[in-house]
Design a protein around this ligand. Structure first.
Ligand code: GZL
Length: 341
């Protein structure tokens, strides 16, 4: 505890003396209570949060959800580390948190593998690890206390089932349907689950042809670049499956630059994932047919879990967050009014 208090004190001292350091990025992004708020670190539950990056609107909403909950006013001291989409930065962050003897580690693992050693170190240090959003594959499930997030495979299945119904309504049953997919970060559980879930439905539709699946890295720039190449490679694409909205935004730019059209009145059906506000606006403009929500607002649920653990309670190992989907037939203006991200 002394070591941790000293390190926290040093960080607060550095920030208060060398405020200018913040402008040069010398001090990592840490939620530091104001001086008068930092009485005794025992007053706070110290959280180390390793976040993947800031690659998408979804990710920023996810980060915002944690930062809005883990505040000094709510009794938390948050150490936040942005890994810039690199697993090695997450491994370093977790080890830093262990050295600082945080009370809890929250980890959003960029990919599913490569976590056993660092999680064993956290377990040896008796620091509970709560996994959020993406999932991992480890040799010992005791390496983490619980996981909170989305059922990615179910998201993919729902998208496939929606397309089945849509094609039926359009009178296109039995027609050959040529599909391409923009995938998210390879080996991330979001990519694996969405791809597998949609494939579950493809495999029962003999007329559906999956022409290609390419990595769009969950970013708008890569999504546009890859979609441009797919349009040059395949003449008559009927459906785009895009595993997050930011890739979809890039793909729509590529489709329109190629003189093609998309959405309910276009020649390419666009199905996306995340359902951020900007995507609902694209849907209002008639450019996206359907969007499958991936709820980023995990902060309150994780805080509830920590409170249960603080009270010595038991928590479920796997905790799915509620999700829905949206399509162009719905009252999108009302939906936009209700959505917070
Ligand atoms: C899914 C999350 C994915 C989002 C992308 O839970 O991990 O990462 O779908 C984000 O927008 O980049």
């Amino acid at each position: 505890m002394i070591k941790r208090f000293f390190s926290i004190f040093v960080v607060v001292l550095l920030v208060s003396i060398g405020g200018g350091w913040m402008f040069f990025g010398c001090v990592p992004d840490k939620e530091i209570p104001s001086d008068d708020a930092v009485q005794d670190e025992e007053d706070y539950i110290v959280i180390g949060l390793s976040q993947i990056g800031s690659e998408s609107d979804w990710r920023n909403a996810n980060t915002g959800s944690f930062k809005s909950v883990f505040t000094a006013e709510n009794g938390y001291y948050l150490l936040f580390e942005d890994a810039q989409q690199k697993q090695e930065n997450q491994l370093k962050a977790v080890r830093d948190f262990i050295l600082q003897e945080v009370d809890y580690i929250i980890l959003d693992p960029i990919v599913e593998t490569g976590w056993d050693t660092v999680l064993m170190e956290a377990k040896d240090a008796k620091i509970p690890v709560i996994l959020v959003d993406r999932q991992i594959v480890v040799e010992d499930e005791d390496f983490y206390t619980c996981w909170v997030g989305s059922d990615f495979r179910e998201e993919g299945r729902r998208a496939g089932e929606w397309l089945e119904e849509y094609l039926k309504d359009q009178g296109r049953q039995g027609e050959e349907i040529r599909i391409v997919t923009l995938q998210g970060t390879p080996e991330s559980s979001a990519q694996i689950g969405r791809t597998m879930g949609f494939q579950d439905v493809v495999s029962r539709n003999a007329d559906w042809k999956m022409l290609d699946r390419r990595n769009g890295e969950f970013t708008q720039a890569k999504g546009q670049e890859v979609m441009r190449d797919l349009l040059r490679t395949y003449e008559d694409i009927d459906v785009l499956i895009s595993e997050n909205d930011n890739m979809t935004f890039g793909a729509i730019e590529a489709i329109e630059s190629a003189g093609r059209t998309c959405g309910p009145k276009g020649d390419i059906i666009v199905i996306s994932f995340d359902a951020v506000r900007a995507a609902i606006r694209y849907m209002q403009k008639g450019k996206i047919n359907a969007d499958f929500e991936c709820n980023p607002l995990l902060g309150p649920k994780v805080a509830q879990i920590i409170e249960e653990l603080e009270d010595g309670g038991h928590v479920e190992k796997i905790q799915y967050i509620e999700e829905q989907y949206f399509d162009a037939s719905m009252d999108l203006e009302r939906i936009l009014e209700e959505r917070v991200y």
